[in-house]
Design a protein around this ligand. Structure first.
Ligand SMILES: Nc1ncnc2c1ncn2[C@@H]1O[C@H](COP(=O)(O)OP(=O)(O)OP(=O)(O)O)[C@@H](O)[C@H]1O
Length: 469
């Protein structure tokens, strides 16, 4: 680095300096030659820059010149046939190596055209030294239903700045949703622009696993097309959604994923349906214990679950950190529909206190010893559910108000793309979850078990349920 602050020689007194710009006359031919040289240089740069188009075009021109028109037509026709055949025979590799790279080039051009306007209007441009600096597109990748745009942020920006502007970006680029995730290196962010909707169609009842994997119960589909698997071991599950959002389908999908365990004697389902059995009554036979009207009975069930959790914890302490279910000591799963009826709307004070205490013990001590709660609720506020923080796993379905999203899924999750308050009423069963190790929420659709499939399941697996009503 030069010593720019050191000037050798004599120090001249500071005096005003008059400068006159020199006027230099060039002959016209020199100007013309200069412009031609500039144009040729631009052509060379453009040729190498857009090599993916120019190199094949050059090859084709050379082929045409060398072998003539007929051979050229045969070549083009043969290539098209080869592509079509490849696409039919092995679509995944064709998409990966042929279609998506080409599409990515086209999309890159499209994004670049609207990039400046989008960045400025989304307030992602920075004014510095009387200049406007905007983030740079580094790379575009296409995947099934979404584009991944790698962006170099302006110094000082963070991925959350893009997450906060994601809705504006979605409208600017005409896509369904934009999510911002940290890039592979510092100073980069990846924008995921979701185009199609893999979750548009209703998902029917999923196959029942013979023996459930309690760390990965299949209950729906993720928007990236992968199955959504719920971890039950070591956690308690809360499903939150407005009326008609599909809480029932979440409950029945979880039950469906567990009934194989019921048949093997490794799972016991206890049903608490304070709405008079409206939701769970239809599958009544699957539950070893069931209460739907009597709140004292529900309190007693919760207390029994709490005692069981405490006994198991006392016995297992120092031996293992995770209980594994056996037919002698099965996994107990309390399925509670509309939990607020137990935590907020019970008028009998004493009963309410009993429920609160028992629920607290089950939620805190039960998760390591095989006593789990899967509860659904409409209103996630603290007044309705003081124990919300004791549910480590939460599924956010359609919610009525924007602030509820962060209440359910965690701070900043709405900014990061969990638009639970924007899920249309016409799409029940759609929701968002936070996956382990992923900072951005995942959109999912739960499988829909209609009344007939629940009845079928209850009549098939009900006979394995040994407990008394
Ligand atoms: N996963 C799903 N896929 C498609 N449609 C669904 C799904 N889940 C539910 N539905 C439809 O939405 C309707 C309402 O669903 P559901 O009863 O599960 O909602 P809810 O949240 O439990 O409502 P409430 O709070 O009123 O009990 C169902 O009758 C069904 O038609």
């Amino acid at each position: 680095m030069p010593f720019i602050n050191i000037i050798r020689g004599e120090t001249a007194p500071v005096a005003p300096l008059n400068v006159r710009t020199p006027v230099i006359q060039f002959p016209i031919w020199a100007v013309v030659v200069w412009e031609i040289v500039k144009f040729l240089a631009w052509l060379v740069v453009a040729y190498f820059r857009h090599w993916y188009a120019t190199v094949p075009a050059t090859g084709l021109l050379w082929f045409h010149a060398r072998f003539g028109g007929t051979a050229f037509v045969v070549l083009i026709g043969g290539s098209v046939l080869l592509m079509v055949g490849w696409a039919f025979l092995h679509r995944p590799s064709w998409l990966r190596f042929a279609w998506w790279p080409v599409l990515a080039r086209v999309r890159r051009v499209i994004y670049r055209r609207g990039w400046m306007a989008a960045m400025v209007t989304a307030k992602l441009s920075v004014s510095y030294d009387r200049r406007t600096v905007i983030p740079q597109i580094r790379r575009v990748k296409c995947r099934d239903g979404r584009d991944e745009v790698l962006v170099r942020m302006v110094t000082g920006q963070i991925p959350d700045d893009f997450a906060r502007a994601s809705e504006r970006l979605a409208h600017a680029f005409g896509v369904r949703q934009v999510k911002a995730v940290p890039g592979p290196t510092y100073a980069t962010v990846v924008l995921l622009l979701h185009r199609g909707d893999a979750l548009r169609r209703v998902i029917g009842p999923l196959p029942i696993p013979v023996l459930p994997d309690f760390t990965a119960l299949p209950i729906g589909v993720q928007e990236d097309g992968e199955p959504y698997r719920l971890r039950l071991f070591g956690t308690q599950v809360l499903i939150v959604g407005a009326t008609g959002s599909g809480k029932g389908s979440a409950i029945w999908s979880i039950v469906r994923s567990l009934v194989g365990g019921v048949a093997a004697g490794m799972v016991e389902l206890w049903g608490l349906d304070p709405k008079g059995g409206m939701e769970l009554g239809i599958g009544r036979r699957l539950f070893a214990r069931f209460a739907s009207r009597d709140f004292a009975e529900m309190a007693a069930m919760l207390e029994h679950a709490a005692t069981t959790a405490q006994e198991r914890a006392a016995r297992l302490a120092g031996h293992t950190r995770q209980h594994y279910p056996t037919p002698d000591e099965p996994l107990i799963v309390l399925i509670i529909d509309e939990l607020a009826n137990l935590t907020a709307y019970v008028t009998d004070r004493q009963l309410k206190e009993r429920i609160k205490a028992a629920l607290g013990i089950v939620l805190t001590q039960g998760r390591a010893v095989g006593v789990h709660v899967v509860a659904a609720i409409q209103d996630p506020r603290k007044e309705t559910l003081p124990a919300r923080g004791l549910f480590p796993t939460r599924i956010g379905l359609r919610l009525s108000e924007t602030p509820e999203v962060d209440l359910v899924l965690g701070d900043g999750m709405r900014d990061r793309g969990a638009l639970c308050d924007r899920i249309p009423m016409t799409q029940p069963g759609i929701g968002y979850v936070v996956l382990e190790g992923d900072p951005t929420p995942m959109r999912i659709r739960l499988a829909y078990n209609d009344d007939d499939s629940v009845r079928d399941m209850a009549s098939l697996y009900g006979e394995f349920v040994g407990g008394a009503a």
